[in-house]
Design a protein around this ligand. Sequence first.
Ligand code: ATP
Ligand code: SF4
Ligand code: MG
Length: 326
Amino acid sequence: MSAPAKTGGLVVENLTVAYPLATATVLGVDGVSFTVRPGERLGVVGESGSGKSTTALALLRLIRPPGRIAGGRVMLNGTDLRGLDEAGMRAARLRVVSYIPQGAMNSLNPVKTVAAQMRDAILDHGERVAPDAIARALEGVDLPAGTARLFPHQLSGGMKQRVCIAIGMLLRPQLIIADEPTSALDVVTQRQVMGTLGRLQTETGACLILIGHDMGLMVQFVDRLAVMYAGRLVELGGIEEVFAAPRHPYTRMLIDSVPTFENRGHFVGIPGTTPSLARLPPGCAFAPRCRFAMELCRQVVPPSREVAPGRSVACHLEDVPLAPPA
Ligand SMILES: Nc1ncnc2c1ncn2[C@@H]1O[C@H](COP(=O)(O)OP(=O)(O)OP(=O)(O)O)[C@@H](O)[C@H]1O
Ligand code: SF4
Ligand SMILES: [Mg+2]
C-alpha cells in the first residue's frame, strides 16, 4: 500500500494530454501543474482552445481516444486518481469529483423529471436514495421542492443550471469542477447561481475549479487564478495579486480586455489569433502576439518559475509589474 500523501486537496503535477492528428501529435494540455486546497477556489481562464476543458476532462480521466493522458500525476486528498482502475474511477466521478460540464443544462434528459434524474444519479453510484434526499438537494440550490416533478423544458435557464449543480453536489464531492457554469445565463441569474455554488462549496469544504472567460466573475468568486495559453499554464497566483500586478503579458491583455466604466463597457479584443496547436511557433507560443517579444522568446520555451510563494509565471521577462499599454 502506498503511503498517504501529506498534502490535502488536489495536487496536479505536469499533466499532459496528447491528441494524435494526421500529421503530428498535439498537446492540448502541456505540462500543467497546480494545487487546490480544501475549501479553495481556483479560476482557470484563457481564450477558446487554450486547454481549459481538456484539463478538466483529464482530471476526470474522460479524454476520449485517440486522445490520451500522456503524463503527469493527479492526487486528490491522498488518492492517486490516475492510479485507479476503470471501476474505481467511475465510482470516483460524482462521489469524489463532480464535473458540471460546459452546457450542462442542455444535457439534462428532456423526457425525465428532475426527481427521476437525481434518483438515477444516486442509484448509478450504488447509493441508497434517502426519502428526503431530493427535496434537500433542491432546497440546497434554492429551488422549491415542487421542482422535482417538473421536466427540463418547464424550467428557466437559471433553474436548469441549479438542478445541474444539485446533481453535482448530491454525493458531497471533494472536488467540484464547474466548466463555464453560467455562460448562458443573464448577469443577475449568473451571480445568483454562482452564489449558490459558492455557498455549497463552503459548506462542504470541497476544492473548486471554476473554468471561464469572465474575468469580472473570477475577481468576485475565486481565491486564485490560473491563466492558460495554447495548452500551457502561463501564470498562477492569488486573484488579487494577479489582477494588481500581472506578470505575464497575456494575463495583462486579458485584464485590459475587461469592459470598464472608463471604456464605456466596450470589450477590448486581444490582437491576433490563438495559434493552432499543430503549428505552434518555437519558443514562447505567445511571441507572435506579444509586444515584449525578444529574440530569446522566439527560440526558447519559457519555463514556469516561482516568483513568490504560490505565484508562478512562464515568461522570459524579468520586470514586474507590467504597465498597462499607453
Ligand atoms: N478530440 C480532439 N482532437 C484533437 N484536438 C482536440 C480534441 N479536443 C480538443 N482538442 C484541442 O485541444 C485544445 C484545447 O481544447 P479545449 O476544449 O480544452 O479548450 P477550452 O480552453 O476549453 O476552450 P473553450 O473556451 O472554447 O471551451 C484545442 O486547441 C483543441 O483543438
Ligand atoms: S516569453 Fe517573451 S514572447 Fe512570451 S510572453 Fe514573455 S515576453 Fe512575451
Ligand atoms: Mg472549454
